[in-house]
Structure formats: structure tokens, C-alpha cells
Write a protein that binds this ligand. Sequence first.
Ligand code: ADP
Ligand code: ASP
Ligand code: MG
Length: 404
Amino acid sequence: MLIVKKFGGSSVADKDRIFNVANRCVEEYRRGNDVVVVLSAMGDSTDHLLELAQSVNPDAPKREMDMLLTTGEQVSVSLMAMALDALGVPAISLNAFQVAMHTTSTYSNARLKRIDTERIQNELESRKIVIITGFQGINKFDDYTTLGRGGSDTTAVALAAALQADACEIYTDVDGVYTADPRVVKDAKKLSEITYDEMLELATLGAKVLHNRSVELAKKYGVQLVVRSSLNKEEGTIVKEDTTVEKMLISGVAADKNATRISLIGLKDEPGVAFKVFNLLAKHHINVDLILQSIGRDGTKDITFTVESNMAKEAMDALKNQQSMLKFNEISCKENVAKVSIVGAGMATNPGVAAKMFEALYNCGVNIKMISTSEIRVTVLINEKDVDLAMQAIHDAFGLGTTK
Ligand code: ADP
Ligand code: ASP
Ligand code: MG
């Protein structure tokens, strides 16, 4: 069997953790399996590199940011190969160039396009454990790119698909996917299974236990995922197309503090206005999330939307530069807001779910700024300071906790 194992930053944070991972990989290898290991940068090292860059140039070129950030993963893979060597097991580390992991050209948020598997397969055939840098790729200019924060999960799933692996295991610092971030909601419950669709919503809405692109790829290529702890042998959570357990009304609550609200006031109430606004943002590769348009009055209307906080300045600049073309009176920007969402496949057929969520927020005095829904999710925008309170209240209201 061919097994892809991905270990996140906290799982390789120091020498002991590196040997812990090395030993788990050796166990798998000694069962006679082929083992491909994908690693993130050690501990918080990506954050430290970001701080370092910020101190040198707060507006650093994105190409150079990727040159810098890709070093983190190179440290962990080489150390892991050294640890395996020390344990007497043949291993080799490879970075995105050596494998050839081709991505789109966008720095800091590239998408994987194609992975050459020949080198990996040759190394596996010579019975080596192959250790590969997560998070990074190369583009058509032969430059390093990165896949966005948390992107090593996506590297692992893409490799599992390209190599037609028999299993893809994501090892992290919690025992699996929970009904809410177990660091925020103390009685959050571990799920034994979750569907791709639910997991994709949760990941997109802020549950960073999996990178959302990794779930998208897993669904597309039918890669069944297991999310489990690198520190114990608990079973973890299986992410797959359909769960065998009864569909839960709500499978989880997620929060995303990386949101900024932008409002355009006094736009003309005529056809084409929304197109012009969002087309402009799309040209700048800015993803827009919640969108709210007011009812027209006196020939004008307002459009409010959220973007990822790190894109807010670029969005504001782009819109201000085009004020004469877009013809709005005012533009404003509110940081310190956050999205809180509930996700559940059972929601589609059960009325009253949104009302119950709003009631929970009302009961704890949290004001809702924006609302958005889909078949399997409800999202509200609230003040960032209220997030933990809101998550716990919603989690309680739906009886998701272990104590219920
Ligand atoms: P890694 O470094 O292993 O990739 P991450 O920090 O990216 O780990 O993701 C794991 C973290 O995700 C957990 O420590 C937990 O705080 C957080 N998390 C958020 N939502 C959830 C959830 N629903 N279930 C489990 N963990 C969650
Ligand atoms: N090291 C990268 C990050 O911290 C990628 C990852 O951990 O998945 O975002
Ligand atoms: Mg992660």
C-alpha cells in the first residue's frame, strides 16, 4: 500500500516531535508500505518569517515573500530525513523543485496544477521514505510559489491523488474534526465522520483544521481523508463523500476572524453597478465573501461586502482609484469583525435552524451585522470581540456539546 502522511507545524515543532513523527513513519514503513510524508514548517516558524519580513519591508514583493516562506518547509523535511537516517531507515527529502510541483503563477496564493510523480516513484521503488515540503510549488517562471496559509494539507491531498495513494492521513495537534474549535468551545465533540461538503464549508468558514482547497481536491479526486492526532493513536475523523452515521442537523460551528467589511455608499441604482464593482475586485484577485445590497432609494443604493483582512487595503485602494468610474459618494472600511457560521447537511430539510441561531445570539446580546445562507450553512457577521461568546452560545443552543 502507498500511504501519504501529512504532519502540521506543531507535530514537528522540536527535536522530540520530529523523532515522534519519524518513528510513526518507520512503523508504517516496516509494515511493508510505501510512505510519502508531507511536512509543514516547524512550530510557528512561518509566523516568525512573516514578522521578519514585516520588519524589513511591510510592503514586501510577493515573489520575495514566497522565497522566504518556502524555507520553513525545507528546514523540516531535511531534519526529518536526518532523523530517519539516525534511525537507520533510508529516506530522502524533496522540495517543490525536485519533485516538480507545478502551480499557477500567483505568488502567496497559488493553485497546484500538476505534480510530476516520476522522481517520487523512483525513490519509493528503492524503498526510501520520501519526505516532501508542503505548502510550496513552482510556477512557469521557475519561481517558488506558496499555496496560502495552511496549504500543506492541499499538497498532501494532491500528492495522494497524483500517486493514487491508498490512504491520506492528516496528522495534527487535535484528535480530529470537532463540532467547533476545541480550543474555543470546551465541550466540543469529536466527529467520527464528516462529508466533503460539510468539511469544505467548515474549512472555508474558518475551521483551520483543514485547508479548504485540500477538501475541494479530496472531493474532486475521491481521496478519503483521515484527520487525527500525531501525539496519540486515537482513531480520528474520516472525511468522505457520504457518511454512514445519521445526518446531523448541524455538524459544526466555525469562526473566521480574518474578515473586513467594506461599504460603498450612494452608488447609482442602475444596471451594471454590481458588475463593475466586483469585476474590478476580481481583476485584483480579491475574493469577496458576504455581499449585501440595500434597497434603492432616491436613485441610489449601497453595497456592503467582506474581504479577507489582508486584502482590505488593496481592495480599498482599487475602489478609491476608480471612484469616478463607479460613482459612489463614500467608502468605508470596518476591521475587527468576524464571521460565525453553522454548517450541517440536515439543515436543508429543517426549517427554523437560522432562527435558532439568531435566538442564541440575541440571548447573549450579540448584534448581527450581516447574514448569508446556503443550503447547508448560515453565516453571520458580528464584532470580533463577541466571537468566543457567540460560538459557545450557538454550540449550546444546538446541543452539540459532549455534556448535553
Ligand atoms: P497543523 O499545524 O497541524 O496544520 P492547524 O493549526 O492548521 O494544524 O489546525 C489545527 C487546529 O485547528 C487545532 O489546533 C484547532 O485549534 C483548530 N480548529 C479549528 N476548528 C476546528 C474544528 N472544528 N475541529 C478541530 N480543530 C479545529
Ligand atoms: N507553514 C505553512 C503555514 O504555516 C503551511 C502549513 O502549515 O500548512 O501556513
Ligand atoms: Mg494546518
